[in-house]
Design a protein around this ligand. Structure first.
Ligand SMILES: C[S@@+](CC[C@H](N)C(=O)[O-])C[C@H]1O[C@@H](n2cnc3c(N)ncnc32)[C@H](O)[C@@H]1O
Length: 310
């Protein structure tokens, strides 16, 4: 289910558009996990005939004329930036943090393969592992972004689970990645992620992740549950504390769409060098221009939610 706040925004959108069907809203909140702006777009599209969505569910939303021709990409956020937000994750890990094809990578929250498609291609057979609770996102990503042939040769393993069950792979990982997971997960899940990662890491493993760091007070949307928009703003000190519990150090190294951090065990020269070099880059000067879908700019959520949903 969606976070309470998101449902409230959804209801607000619907009221502004004159849609009063509580049943429709209840159904949609189960069906569609995305930003408020996309809810609004969807509602606008179906305002004329809500019964369509009642009967056909998410397929009809995903195939609506106003959707992108790759609608599954919306599951990761801004579909116009899907390509570059995905490949930048591979670029950072290879150019700055030493990821080679022989390494084993665990992607936490692999979603619709925004980054996974590049890692699966790059890594040797059997070296990509993902954890993702939304089965449909994995299915769509594998089918449309990776394809049968690459799945057959690279043999990615993706586990459907929401309690970070990394031990179930029975592997020791060289790298772990979580892009846009700390932005949405409650505090206790950060503890779980570090603790479960430490159990399947060796002393040279590297964990790279993103967050939206608080500049002042932390903003935690829901202490207990995963949240969608707006996102959580955690203090860097919290991440440091959680890492420290499992004997890891953490450093930030820049904003490449989202703000990145690197966690590692003492004496990891690859991680230390990566942080040092990545911190020197003026990322805002080299990143592609941020594009915003038209339908997002049509809403009043442009500044309040969409801009945080990278
Ligand atoms: C904002 S998306 C980012 C997806 C991917 N990391 C990327 O960069 O495209 C966050 C993903 O985390 C997934 N997620 C939600 N709860 C999770 C959990 N408990 N464990 C792992 N992933 C989770 C969501 O379903 C979603 O696919």
């Amino acid at each position: 289910m969606l976070a309470y706040e998101t449902i409230a925004v959804l209801k607000n959108c619907a009221l502004r558009l004159g849609i009063k069907s509580a049943e429709l809203l209840a159904r949609m909140s189960d069906l569609y996990r995305s930003s408020a702006a996309i809810f609004e777009l969807t509602l606008r599209h179906f305002a004329a005939n809500p019964s369509v969505i009642m009967s056909q569910g998410i397929d009809v939303i995903m195939n609506s004329p106003s959707a992108t021709n790759k609608p599954w990409r919306r599951r990761a956020g801004n579909h116009l930036m899907y390509d570059t937000m995905g490949v930048s994750q591979l670029s950072l890990m290879t150019l700055f943090f030493g990821l080679r094809e022989s390494h084993k990578l665990l992607e936490i929250g692999s979603g619709p393969m925004r980054a996974g498609r590049f890692f699966i291609l790059y890594l040797d057979e059997g070296n990509y592992f993902g954890v993702e609770p939304v089965k449909l996102a994995t299915e769509l990503g594998l089918k449309h972004e990776v394809g049968e042939e690459l799945c057959a040769t690279r043999k990615p393993t993706i586990l459907e689970g929401s309690d970070y069950p990394f031990h179930e792979f029975g592997e020791t990982f060289d790298y772990a990645l979580s892009y846009s997971v700390f932005t949405h997960c409650p505090p206790k899940e950060i503890t779980t992620i570090f603790s479960n990662l430490a159990n399947c890491f060796h002393n040279k493993s590297i964990f790279l992740g993103t967050a939206s760091f608080a500049t002042d007070e932390e903003v935690i949307i829901d202490e207990e549950k995963w949240t969608h928009l707006p996102v959580n703003n955690y203090s860097f000190e919290r991440i440091e504390r959680e890492a420290d519990k499992v004997g890891m150090k953490v450093q930030r190294f820049g904003k490449v769409f989202q703000e990145w951090f690197c966690a590692y065990f003492d004496g990891n020269d690859v991680a230390i060098n990566g942080v040092e070099q990545a911190s020197k880059v003026n990322w805002q000067a080299v990143l592609p221009k941020w594009q915003t879908p038209n339908e997002w700019t049509e809403t009043s959520y442009k500044s309040s939610s969409v801009s945080t949903a990278q």
